[in-house]
Design a binder for this molecule. Sequence first.
Ligand SMILES: Cc1cc2cn([C@H]3C[C@H](O)[C@@H](CO)O3)c(=O)nc2[nH]1
Length: 224
Amino acid sequence: KMNNTSKRPFTVFVEGNIGSGKTTFLEHFCQFEDITLLTEPVEAWRNLKGWNLLDLMYKDPAKWAMTFQSYVSLTMLDMHCKVTPTPIKLMERSLYSARYCFVEQIMRNGTLHPAQFAVLDEWFRFIHNHIPIEADLIVYLKASPAIVHERIKQRARSEEQCVPLSYLESLHKLHEDWLIHKTLGECPAPVLVLDADLDLSEITEEYKRSEHQILRQAVDVVMR
Ligand SMILES: Cc1cc2cn([C@H]3C[C@H](O)[C@@H](CO)O3)c(=O)nc2[nH]1
């Protein structure tokens, strides 16, 4: 057990396309007492005072994408601000992927009006400049669009069944530009890339690799 004398925990963003296996990856770390897991609050997005914003967004993106992304960003900020009792904090996605992957995507494909994009961008800039949302490591679950498209069908989350391969391809490219090519926005921490095309049986080795990286780096940071 590591005692966390420094204020901020060793913070890891787990990033990747829809269906890349983030939730499964995070579940692997349930076993560690030194790690707090913050998974994406999809259930909150599916039921805000009775409104399923996720479904509204997928059914009528032009009308609901702004509202949905605005609420997603609030729930992400809540996760960034959560004080955790453990020396390590793993978050599923972040305000960075909100801005550079999802909001960027719907601005580029014309779903968001430029004025709506400008408002979401101003919120991101203000938060980024005034509220600590740092990370020490990004674990990028890199997956092929065709593979995640298949998984989304198998997972059968009802709201996502209409997501076309083209949407997943452009989302993949934005993740690559942000995390690998570093040509899009700010990449806030070193990136550990995992091969998320591997299926469940094979991916345990990849988890083990990330586990050592996370725990070793966390020990360095926490013990500093
Ligand atoms: C930060 C962020 C997460 C996120 C998820 N989503 C969608 C993709 C999936 O269908 C579902 C759960 O991740 O929500 C989105 O449209 N915009 C998002 N922005």
